[in-house]
Write a protein that binds this ligand. Sequence first.
Ligand code: 6CS
Length: 347
Amino acid sequence: MIRLRSLALLTLPLLSTCGAAPEGPQIWRFALEEPVGSLQYDAASEFERLIEERTDGRVDVQLYPLGTLGTSDDITEQLRMGSLQFAMASPGHLGKTIPAVQAFLLHFTLSEDRDVNRRALSDPEVLSVLRPLYAERDLELLAVLPEGWMTWSSNKPLTTPEHFSGVKIRTMTSPLLLDTYEAYGADPTALPYGEVYGALQLGMIDAQVNPLFAIEEMSFYEVQSHLTRPRTAPFVTTLAASSKFLARLPAPDAALVRTTVQDVARYLHDREETVNEERLAKMLAKKPDLEVTTLTDTSREAFHARVQPVIDQFRQDTAPEGPALLDALQLAVARAEDAEAAAPAGR
Ligand code: 6CS
């Protein structure tokens, strides 16, 4: 069914994808990697609300959540072909197409401080390294957005690398994630998002990693007994547009898209922590025996010690773009730490 709908969308004439019917509003299609109720849905709904209000109904933004157009890879492909105008594209999957974006997946690279990351992810130097990499694939990068700390869900404690020995943990499909969990001693498997619950339920995998809100809304916690909060990396996604679509938009509309995306980025930055903590409370209300552990700095150090070879390999495999992005990101974090120390954003 999903495939049929995807195909139907791909075969729509270009005219209709960019707005078509002179008597009706222009339709802008926006696909998400997550279902209704997710942070991506929340952000995209805000984009829809603002664009429709700011264009006085001249534009109708239509959202396609997970389950309507296929996997992350499917929607990226549809965006590249121009049958979608906007989509979320997470480095966790996009890393197969643009290897350098896996810099956002490296553990212990971004800060432990959300406000520092908020600045670093919108740092102009970081964006200027990324933009051409998207443009080469007919994509326009509009924003890099955080969705909360990656959290391990499992059926046993995972507080030391030794605990990971032989654990079949599901990761997103970018190869660097497999390397990372192999470095921790696990036996990682890459799967699309929509297949994770079934694989956990059938015992094909033992564990998975995602932000708290996702563990709640995808019901992973129902089939897991432990949650571990390691603060090794936030979940980062990117919001992209079809380059051809944006290039053909009248300049005021293209400018409106860019300013609206900035508003949406602020909206998401302000909401993600609250939403993640609310979803944790919701899970605990439904399953009070869920064991939640926050790793201490000492426990984190044991994981940190295993990450350097993964970073070295990333630099080697993705040169020159990967190292350029990682350097820009590390400098952006350092700048953001200084800026935060001087003038805290204060949420
Ligand atoms: O684990 C995944 O595949 C997905 N996780 C989230 C929170 N968003 C999109 C992504 O596809």
